[in-house]
Design a protein around this ligand. Structure first.
Ligand SMILES: [Zn+2]
Length: 193
C-alpha cells in the first residue's frame, strides 16, 4: 500500500524511520523506539438538518469552494466522538445548537484535496430558540427546499442532497429564512432567499 504522506522521522523520538513489514504492509517504523506509523484516513462528521421539508445549508466564506453552499461539519478530532464533532461544528461555524437524532450514512472518497476520505452523515435538529451566528468559515446560513438548492460546494454535497431530495420530490417548497446576524450584530436577510 502506498503511503500518501511520506514521513521520514519519528514523531516520538526524531530518529530516522525505516520501511519495514509491519501488520501486513510496509510501514515507516522507528528502529529506536519501535513507533509504527499508520497513515490513517481523515474523518469528517457533517449534519443534515431538516425543517418543514427544507435543508439547512451554510455558505463557505473561505476556499475551497468559497461562496458555495454546503452542509455544516468538519474534521473529527483525535479521540472525539463524531457526534460531538457534528454538534461542535454547528456551534462553531453557525452558532447553532443542534441535537443529533440519528446516523444517516457513511461516504468514502475525498471530495477535494485536503478533504476527508471518510464522511459520517448525521441527521440533526435545531434546538428550540437557537439562532445562527456564523463563525469565520461561514458567511450565510439558510434553509432551502429540494427544488431550489443553491450552488453546492462539493460533489459529496451534491450526492448527499440528491439522495435527500429523492425521485419523489417533484414539487418544491418555498425557501425559509432564518434570522441571520453578521458579526457586527446587525440582523440581515440572506441575499439568496
Ligand atoms: Zn522513535
Amino acid at each position: 500500500m502506498a503511503h500518501q504522506y511520506p514521513i521520514n522521522f519519528c514523531p516520538v523520538c526524531a530518529a530516522r524511520l525505516e520501511r519495514r513489514e509491519k501488520h501486513g504492509a510496509m510501514r515507516p517504523v522507528c528502529p529506536s523506539c519501535n513507533y509504527v506509523h499508520f497513515c490513517d484516513p481523515k474523518v469528517a462528521a457533517i449534519t443534515l438538518i431538516e425543517r418543514n421539508g427544507q435543508v439547512l445549508l451554510a455558505r463557505r466564506a473561505m476556499n475551497p469552494a468559497k461562496g458555495r453552499w454546503t452542509l455544516p461539519g468538519g474534521f473529527v478530532e483525535c479521540e472525539e466522538d463524531p457526534r460531538e464533532t457534528a454538534i461542535r461544528e454547528c456551534r462553531e461555524e453557525l452558532g447553532l445548537e443542534v441535537e443529533i437524532t440519528r446516523l444517516m450514512d457513511l461516504y468514502y472518497g475525498k471530495a477535494h484535496e485536503g478533504g476527508a476520505s471518510i464522511v459520517i452523515l448525521y441527521a440533526g435538529r435545531l434546538e428550540e430558540g437557537t439562532a445562527p451566528e456564523p463563525g469565520d468559515d461561514v458567511d450565510a446560513v439558510a434553509f432551502f427546499g429540494p427544488k431550489e438548492l443553491p450552488e453546492l460546494a462539493f460533489a459529496s454535497t451534491r450526492q448527499i442532497l440528491a439522495e435527500w431530495r429523492g425521485p419523489s420530490n417533484a414539487v418544491g417548497t418555498v425557501s425559509g429564512e432564518i434570522g441571520l446576524r453578521d458579526r457586527g450584530g446587525e440582523p440581515k436577510r440572506d441575499p439568496t432567499v
